[in-house]
Write a protein that binds this ligand. Structure first.
Ligand SMILES: Cc1cc2nc3c(=O)[nH]c(=O)nc-3n(C[C@H](O)[C@H](O)[C@H](O)COP(=O)(O)O)c2cc1C
Length: 320
């Protein structure tokens, strides 16, 4: 759905003010995060927002609890207020990022369940398109399935020695379901009209139709409009939707790998696997795509095979 509807609804909308916020106002609203220490007593009304009880447990419940923050008055309007935490140690973060390597050989030490679950929970907090969370994580724990999965990963050492093997699946098959779920689980009592409209529009916008027929019709219609003004060019076709889901799911994979690193464990992302066999083993249906297998465990002393290679940043960073 590219930029347009997401910007107007999910990002810019505020529960207290159903119109999309003008850029200047967004800036004003974000000001308190820059200086949250002593919000002016008159301006900040630290009211608790009444959050709906979360309908689902664990990861789904977490975002809902976030809404029990406060509100702030900005330009005479009541806004949701979630200040950024202070005192995050960037050097500790850098240590996590810089020490993450693709580890191809792990020791036999198991990863405690609490660590695995914590890492999965952090993966589930990754940013995701339209908030639709198009992912699944399969912790492959049965010995029989694990053996098969190692084979399906072409017996790579990173898979064969991993304490945990996690198949990460991108999904395009429950977009409409999750759009409806979003409205049921919206974390504030009053769902802004624009949010309601947005999530009701999603199933239409994302439907590719038989043999991509809807997709091509939408593409043609938008292409005509696109001659005059910016329009969303996708994702409409099945392959565009697959890419759409894979983008968000890959971000979750990175969260997962950094989380393991922060807990002192290591990972190797693998796309070297027979995805048909993996799909069959997990009984995945149409619209469910295994995009990565992540092996995790304790780094063996010889688990990193060579120093990290990164080309000159000039090749990649462009100022325009
Ligand atoms: C999507 C993806 C797929 C990958 N597939 C494999 C793989 O099948 N086997 C493997 O040993 N490493 C795999 N890797 C790891 C990369 O080879 C590795 O990230 C890259 O060489 C950079 O090294 P670093 O992760 O240590 O910085 C994959 C990484 C990504 C992001």
């Amino acid at each position: 759905m590219s930029d347009t509807p997401e910007n107007t609804a999910a990002e810019h909308v505020n529960a207290a003010d159903e119109k999309p916020a003008a850029p200047a106002k967004i800036k004003a609203a974000s000001k308190p995060t820059a200086a949250p220490k002593k919000p002016a007593a008159k301006k900040v009304a630290a009211k608790a927002v009444t959050a709906k009880p979360a309908a689902a447990k664990s990861a789904a419940a977490k975002p809902a609890t976030k809404a029990k923050k406060s509100t702030i008055e900005v330009d005479g309007k009541t806004r949701y207020y979630e200040p950024a935490p202070e005192h995050i140690d960037v050097e500790e973060f850098r240590k996590v990022v810089m020490s993450r390597r693709s580890v191809r050989k792990f020791t036999k030490r198991p990863i405690p369940d609490a660590v695995v679950n914590d890492c999965i929970d952090m993966a589930l907090l990754a940013p995701n398109s339209s908030g639709l969370q198009p992912w699944d994580f399969y912790l492959v724990r049965s010995n029989e399935k694990k053996k098969k999965l190692v084979k399906f990963c072409f017996s790579q050492l990173a898979a064969a020695t991993a304490a945990e093997l996690i198949v990460v699946v991108a999904r395009t098959d429950r977009i409409a379901d999750f759009a409806a779920r979003m409205l049921r689980e919206w974390p504030q009592d009053n769902i802004p009209t624009i949010v309601k409209r947005y999530y009701k529009l999603i199933p239409i916008h994302y439907a590719s139709g038989p043999l991509n027929s809807f997709a091509f019709a939408k593409k043609a219609a938008f292409a005509v409009g696109g001659l005059l003004y910016p329009v969303p060019r996708g994702p409409f076709t099945e392959s565009e939707l697959k890419l759409w889901a894979a983008k968000s799911t890959a971000l979750a994979c990175e969260n997962l790998m950094l989380a393991f690193r922060a807990h002192g464990f290591d990972t190797c992302a693998m796309e070297g696997f027979d995805d048909k066999r993996v799909s069959d083993m997990l009984k995945l249906k149409d619209g469910e795509f295994p995009i990565m297998v992540i092996g995790a465990g304790e780094r063996a002393p010889d688990g990193v095979f060579h120093p990290q290679v990164r080309f000159d940043r000039k090749l990649f960073v462009h100022e325009v």
